[in-house]
Design a protein around this ligand. Structure first.
Ligand SMILES: CC(=O)N[C@H](C=O)[C@@H](O)[C@H](O)[C@H](O)CO
Ligand SMILES: CC(=O)C(=O)O
Length: 320
C-alpha cells in the first residue's frame, strides 16, 4: 500500500466507551453516538479505545468488539476510525493491530508501555515497530502522553528516528503541554506529510499557531461544534475571534478542572449534553458526583454550550 494514505486532519473525537449501570459495554448506543458526532458536532473522525475510551481498562475481547462496532456504525458516515491498540503486552497489542486491519479501520495508534518502561528512544521505537508490523497496511500513529505513561521521551527525538524504522508511520497524537517539543516536531518535519495532532484541547489554538495539522481530544465529543468554529476562524485568519472561542472553551475546562476532571466526568458531561447514556466508568474510576453534574450543567448553560431544550433523558433526572 502506498503511503501516506488520506491524511488524518481536523477534529478527532476520543470516543467514550458507553457502559451499562452494571459496568458492561453498551454497544447498542454506538450507532446513535456516531450520528450525534457527525450531525450535532461536525466531528467526522474518531480515536477509539484511548484514554477517554478506557481502552486499558477493557479486556482484549472487549476492545476488539468495541473497535468493530465503531467501524461498522461509522461506515459511510465517518472519515476515519483510528483504533488505539497500545497494551503492556506486545502480543496483545499485535493481536489488536491485526484485528484493526481485518475489520477495516483507517489506522492504529500505540502508546509507550508504561509499567516495564522503555529506557530510551530506540528501545521504544523497536517496541512500536513490532506492533506496527502486525498491521503492515495500516497507518501507524504514536500516542505521546507522558503524564499518564510516565515515559518522558521527547516526541521530537522519536520523530527523528521513527520513520526509517516504521514505514507505516504517519504521525503522532501529542498530549502534552510542551510546545517547544511540539514546535520542533513541526519544524523538523516540514518536508514530510506527518499528521501532527494536538491533544490538549484547552490549548489547541497555540498548537495551531505552532503548526498542528489536527487535534484528538475528549472534549470534541461535546464541544466539537464550538472548536470547529475556532478552527474556521483560524483558517480565515480571524485570530481575535479564534481567541474568543478558545477562551470560551477554556472557561469551561478550567471550571471543571477545579472540581476534579477526568474520564468519569467526561462520561457524565457527554451524557448530559448528548442525551446518550454513557454510563459509569469502570473501576478503579468512580462515577462523577451529582454535585459535579449540577455544577457542570449550570456552567455549560451559562456559556451557551447547552440549551435547556437539549436536555434529554440522560441528564440529571436519571443520575443516582
Ligand atoms: C489526559 C487526557 O485525557 N487528555 C485528553 C486527550 O489527550 C484531552 O482531550 C483532555 O481530556 C482535555 O484536553 C481536557 O484536559
Ligand atoms: C484524548 C485522547 O486522545 C484519548 O482519550 O485517548
Amino acid at each position: 500500500m502506498a503511503f501516506p494514505k488520506k491524511k488524518l486532519q481536523g477534529l478527532v473525537a476520543a470516543t467514550i466507551t458507553p457502559m451499562t449501570e452494571h459496568g458492561e459495554i453498551n454497544y447498542s448506543v454506538i450507532g446513535r453516538y456516531v450520528d450525534y458526532l457527525v450531525e450535532e458536532q461536525g466531528v467526522k473522525s474518531i480515536f477509539v479505545n484511548g484514554t477517554t475510551g478506557e481502552g486499558l481498562s477493557l479486556s482484549v475481547s472487549e476492545r476488539r468488539q468495541v473497535a468493530e462496532e465503531w467501524v461498522t456504525q461509522g461506515r459511510n458516515k465517518l472519515d476515519q476510525v483510528v483504533i488505539h491498540v497500545g497494551a503492556l503486552s506486545l502480543k496483545e497489542s499485535q493481536e489488536l493491530a491485526r484485528h484493526a486491519a481485518e475489520i477495516g479501520a483507517d489506522g492504529i495508534a500505540v502508546l509507550a508501555p508504561f509499567f516495564l518502561k522503555p529506557g530510551n528512544t530506540d528501545v521504544l521505537i523497536n517496541f512500536l515497530k513490532e506492533v506496527a508490523a502486525a498491521a503492515p497496511a495500516l497507518p501507524f500513529y504514536y500516542y505521546h502522553i507522558p503524564a499518564l505513561t510516565g515515559v518522558k521521551i521527547r516526541a521530537e527525538e522519536l520523530l527523528d528516528r521513527i520513520q526509517e524504522k516504521i514505514p507505516t508511520f504517519q504521525g503522532l497524537k501529542f498530549s502534552d503541554t510542551d510546545l517547544l517539543d511540539f514546535g520542533q516536531c513541526v519544524d523538523q518535519n516540514r518536508q514530510r506529510q506527518f499528521a501532527l495532532l494536538f491533544g490538549v484541547d484547552e490549548q489547541l489554538l497555540s498548537a495551531l499557531v505552532m503548526g498542528a495539522t489536527g487535534a484528538v481530544g475528549s472534549t470534541y465529543n461535546y464541544l466539537g461544534k464550538k472548536t470547529n468554529q475556532m478552527l474556521e476562524a483560524f483558517e480565515r485568519k480571524d485570530f481575535s475571534s479564534a481567541l474568543n472561542h478558545q477562551f470560551c472553551i477554556q472557561r469551561f475546562i478550567n471550571f471543571v478542572f477545579k472540581l476534579g476532571f477526568g474520564v468519569s466526568q467526561t462520561k457524565a458531561i457527554m451524557t448530559l449534553v448528548s442525551g446518550i447514556p454513557m454510563g459509569p466508568p469502570r473501576p478503579p474510576l468512580q462515577k462523577a458526583s451529582r454535585e459535579f453534574i449540577a455544577a457542570a450543567e449550570a456552567k455549560l448553560k451559562s456559556l451557551d454550550f447547552l440549551s435547556s431544550t437539549d436536555l434529554k433523558d440522560g441528564s440529571l433526572e436519571s443520575w443516582s
